[in-house]
Write a protein that binds this ligand. Sequence first.
Ligand SMILES: [Zn+2]
Ligand SMILES: [Zn+2]
Length: 161
Amino acid sequence: MPIKPEIVEINEKYGAMVIDYRGIEGCFPEVSTIINKYEDLSEKICEVCGGKGSIKDVGGWLTAYCTSCYESAQAEHEEMLAVRKAKQEREFTGGCYSCGTQGAILRDLGNEVRIGYCDPYYEKVKLNVEERERRANELFSRFKPHSTDRICLRKLNKKFS
Ligand SMILES: [Zn+2]
Ligand SMILES: [Zn+2]
C-alpha cells in the first residue's frame, strides 16, 4: 500500500522553519521542491515584520530578523539582562558558591550566568568558561542554517557547561 503523503510536523529549528513530511519525496518531487523553497525562504524573512532578513543570534537564540527588528530584539534582550543583573546583585549574599567564604564576587560566566566565587575558585572556573566560549565561537563561525551542522548556541553552551 502506498504511503499517504502527509505533513507530519512544522516547527522552528535554529531560527528557520522545518517541515517534516513523509510519502512525498520520490512520489511528489515537485512538492518537496516547494517545501525546500519555503524552508529556505524562512531563513531570509524577518519573523516579526516579514521584511528581508537573515538568521541572527540574540542571547544564544537564533531567529530570522531584519536589521531594525534585530536591533529592537537585541535592545530588549539587553534590558532584560540588566534587570536580571540588578536582581542578582540585590540577592547576592557575598558567599562563595564553591566554598562558602564571605567576600566572594559575582562573576560573569557567559551564557547569562553570574555566580559568586572567591578568587581561588574563580581561577579554576574561568578556564572552563574561556574554553566553552572559544568552542562556541568556532562552531558559530561555521554555522549554516539547513546544513547538517546546524548549531544552536544555547544548546551548545549547555552541552559544554
Ligand atoms: Zn523585521
Ligand atoms: Zn570560594
